[in-house]
Design a protein around this ligand. Structure first.
Ligand code: SF4
Length: 135
């Protein structure tokens, strides 16, 4: 079983209230081989919500509001789902401050990327769940 970012499965859960459908991910869910999860919604954030980016180990909105706690809470809830369903691999949305793996936005809200993992991707990797992006 795989865990997948819900926005890749066509769920309108992104900060702007939209999805980023990926046909391969949608097929996996249709076949019962993947479970869609949005860690930001699981952390209690609204949809739509303010855009946010990581700075160090924390997450802030552009206006400087610290959203680290809901991001970490949502990652923990997502991990629970991964464990419940025995997921050993995750396909997560590239570049996201939650789901991005290897590269994330650099915290300047300028569209630039930096090396690093999103909050959810980092936690899954720490728990030996392989993370790849849809790319
Ligand atoms: S937190 Fe992950 S699943 Fe939710 S909208 Fe962002 S990239 Fe998609």
């Amino acid at each position: 079983m795989k865990l997948v970012s819900a926005c890749l499965a066509g769920i309108n859960c992104r900060w702007n209230g939209k999805a980023k459908p990926c046909q391969k991910v949608i097929e996996l869910v249709r076949q019962g081989k993947a479970i869609p999860v949005c860690p930001e919604q699981l952390g209690g954030l609204t949809t739509p919500r303010e855009a946010s980016e990581q700075r160090g180990d924390k997450v802030f909105t552009k206006e400087g509001k610290d959203l680290t706690h809901p991001f970490e809470k949502g990652a923990e809830e997502g991990l629970k789902i991964a464990k419940l369903a025995n997921c050993n691999e995750a396909i997560l949305k590239a570049n996201s401050q939650s789901c991005g793996s290897s590269k994330v936005f650099d915290g300047t809200f300028s569209g630039n990327l930096a090396e690093g993992d999103g909050v959810f991707a980092k936690l899954l990797k720490k728990n030996n769940i392989k993370v790849v992006s849809e790319e």
